[in-house]
Design a protein around this ligand. Sequence first.
Ligand code: G4P
Length: 522
Amino acid sequence: MTLSQDVANRRTFAIISHPDAGKTTITEQLLLFGGVVRQAGTVKARKSGNFAKSDWMEIEQKRGISVTSSVMQFDYEGKRINILDTPGHEDFSEDTYRTLMAVDSAVMVIDSAKGIEPQTKKLFKICKMRGIPIFTFMNKLDRDGRDPMDLIAELEEVLGIEGYPMNWPIGMGKELKGLYDRYHNRVALFRPESDGTTYLPLDDNGDIDDSQPLKTDSWYEDARDNMELIEDAGNQFSEAKIASGDQTPVFFGSALANFGVKTFLETYLKFAPQPAAHRTEENDDIEPTDNEFSGFVFKIQANMDPKHRDRIAFVRICSGLFQRGMDVTLGRTGRTMRLSNVTQFMADTRENVETAVAGDIIGLYDTGNYQIGDTIYTGKKKLQFEKLPQFTPELFVRVTAKNVMKQKSFHKGIQQLVQEGAIQLYTSYTTGDYILGAVGQLQFEVFQFRMKNEYNSDVIMEPMGHKIARWIDSDQLDERMSSSRNLLVKDLAGDPLFLFENQFAERWFTEKYPDVKLASKL
Ligand code: G4P
């Protein structure tokens, strides 16, 4: 196969959802279709959600869970699919956001009883910012949920994206009869005892045959009425809007009952984009079919084994052909790196990878050479992909070294981990205190663990809780504006920002200093 055919077959996406919406269950179904797992429960058994936070490191080391389930690859109908995991629960971190920088589309799983929940909203925001296509699966139709019309409206009201229902539930919960599939002109009958693939064709009027018992079912009539209403008054299907992330095709179904998942996958594959060009800092677009190899590091998984300082740097390939053993340049340092110890990820094993192309993710064994955002490439021309965005942390701790005699290793550790992108560092203007910022609690725990293991530095972390971080213009900086409710700090680049205790504190501040403009990162 040629490089361009290989690239054209790639589909790389992440599933975004709030914990418990059904991400694991749907992933599992997709892997079953791909023949990667043979039995439901394989992925679920390895899910870390059931463990206490403190157990995480141990679990991580024993099972390598995050690495093996970070990227799952399978083939389906001639396409090679890469699913990138976006951990929820306690595992939520900046890595979760950065993973969304490495995908070409996203699948949003929503619990139809709950609608849009906070974590979905946060992850959606990043996808929207990237303008990537988003496909929605309204899950748990086998349970009583909210009115489908409400769920569609909520997409627009809460997320600002048009929803286009590809199918419509016929009943729900105990009364679930099937799906009126307007896109495929058929009704899929819900038969819990079968695999849910019994279809009734629709005639030119969009109706099923009179002989079908469902024809006179009030749920069926209801679904048809709703579809007609949407046909007349709803959004027009627009491939262009889907491609730009302004419209999301919505599929109803039940991941647990494996109902509607296959249709979802097959339709998704029709519309989901192949790998796109990636922009460099010089504003060049690197095409995925470019002959020179290139990629960027979007995640670093640290210290699987404390005896070895090994880490895995996850690279999204942007162009060219990766071949094991090849030499690449690491843009930031200019050093040549030989890519021989490289892994790719299957559902339950790690395998050595021989070749890979744009859209694929490879894991480089790393002894501290790579940082998040690094570009690697072949060819003579220096390449640096656009910087990964900085995310606004929400949780903060004050950090100090336990042993004052070990300041050197403390500073070295902090500096390196911050540079690598593991955590964000702020310094208080008034006291010079170090303050760490993160989007998830786990980042602090990983930080503490790595400081001890890699830099032999015990740290004391004093929680400051949730804060609202807002940047200001340096011109407007006045240290007298700082107080305990709006602490003035500077970030790594030296830019000033306030950490507000809560929204009231922020509002109070804007009223007191109406001329000071407050800005957030992503
Ligand atoms: P997550 O990865 O998004 O956190 O969700 P996960 O798939 O683990 O699903 C969360 C819970 O919701 C699980 O139940 C799962 O069985 C259930 N679930 C997922 N999809 C559906 C669906 O389509 N219908 C129904 N009724 N339930 C669904 P649990 O009781 O928390 O876990 P378990 O005991 O089943 O493992």
